[in-house]
Design a protein around this ligand. Structure first.
Ligand code: GZL
Length: 332
């Protein structure tokens, strides 16, 4: 993977940033005012157990890390304008490093350029931004969402390849429209189905915005529109939407996990419990607990060290034979 020596922008930002922040104490250890780094974190929101666990992980890691003097945390309630406003406030406050979990992939060029102009390096946590803005942030720490989709697709191919009626009929609950996990989990999933030649029909695909309420509402619409007879698989881009869909499926008088196979992505306690209860069939893990790793990356960036452009977090997959044993290990 291409080593990302701090781009001119990053290096320039680093040097100017320290000056701007009155940082860069004589010790040359970089960052902050000598008492540690001031970091601004513009978080997506609090829409899911995954997000809550991610926020808790980052806040706990910053609190415990004596290299971090302060974490300025903003919950943007899944609103891009609120995130942009938070980043602009961090610039005004001249933080040492900005951490952004971009709710969607597009619309960041101006504010990221403003951060660069102000000499403040940006680290992406979790989600990514469009390739055109790749030079406006130093690095991303998070999941490989396309690989998560491929893992889900591989299980679907393995499960339905011998389907007697030939065509696997699929419903898809997509994550937030325009977000990297929604775009890439979809792309990875169907990339594998197409590559493996699984005959399938995507009966319907709508966004449930990564929330249980919206996931349930969309599933209710799917059921009203298409019925569930003859539907083989629901692919839900996160646990909350899958759990909301399970409620809708049960209220319609069907057995989730039996009448319709269900894949979810994240791996929350509630998701694993539903698996233990036989209400879903496959879980692709998406790991939110990367706060300590993120603090290391933030310090590396503030100190002008070489960083990879993308650092994936470790993640696994779980089928029905593993749900019970894994449930006690789940952290969110
Ligand atoms: C994925 C993360 C997604 C989770 C959802 O890294 O961005 O956002 O899968 C959350 O639960 O809402």
């Amino acid at each position: 993977m291409l080593k990302q020596v701090l781009a001119g922008i990053g290096a320039g930002a680093l040097l100017f940033g320290l000056t701007a922040c009155g940082g860069g104490d004589d010790s040359g250890d970089g960052g902050g005012s000598g008492d540690g780094l001031v970091v601004g974190f513009a978080q997506v929101g609090a829409e899911s157990a995954w997000r809550t666990a991610n926020s808790e992980s980052v806040q706990a890691a910053a609190e415990a890390d004596d290299r971090i003097a302060e974490l300025k945390f903003v919950d943007a309630q899944q609103d891009q304008e609120k995130q942009i406003e938070a980043v602009r406030n961090f610039i005004t406050q001249q933080v040492d490093v900005i951490v952004l979990a971009p709710v969607v992939e597009t619309g960041w060029t101006d504010v990221l350029q403003e951060a660069a102009d102000a000499g403040i390096p940006v680290v992406l946590a979790d989600r990514g931004v469009e390739a055109a803005d790749e030079d406006l942030y130093v690095t991303r720490l998070g999941s490989d969402f396309a690989e998560e989709g491929r893992k889900a697709g591989a299980w679907a191919v393995e499960t339905f390849a011998e389907d007697p009626d030939g065509t696997t009929r699929i419903l898809e609950l997509q994550g937030t429209t325009g977000s990297a996990p929604a775009n890439d989990r979809k792309a990875g999933f169907f990339e594998v189905l197409d590559a493996e030649g699984l005959p399938y029909e995507l009966v319907d695909s709508q966004s449930g915005n990564f929330t249980a309420e919206e996931g349930k509402a969309v599933m209710e619409t799917f059921i009203t529109t298409h019925g569930l007879d003859g539907i083989d698989l629901l692919y839900a881009h996160n646990d909350e939407m899958g759990l909301g869909a399970i409620q809708a499926i049960e209220e319609a008088g069907y057995q989730p996990g039996t009448d319709i196979q269900i894949i979810i992505v994240d791996g929350s306690k509630a998701g694993f419990q539903a698996g233990v209860d036989g209400k879903l069939n496959y879980i692709v893990e998406c790991n939110p607990v990367f706060g300590e790793q993120l603090m290391d990356v933030v310090v590396q960036v503030a100190n002008g060290e070489e960083v990879e452009k993308f650092t994936p977090v470790e993640e696994g997959v779980f089928d029905a034979s593993q749900f019970e044993a894994e449930l006690p290990n789940r952290k969110f």
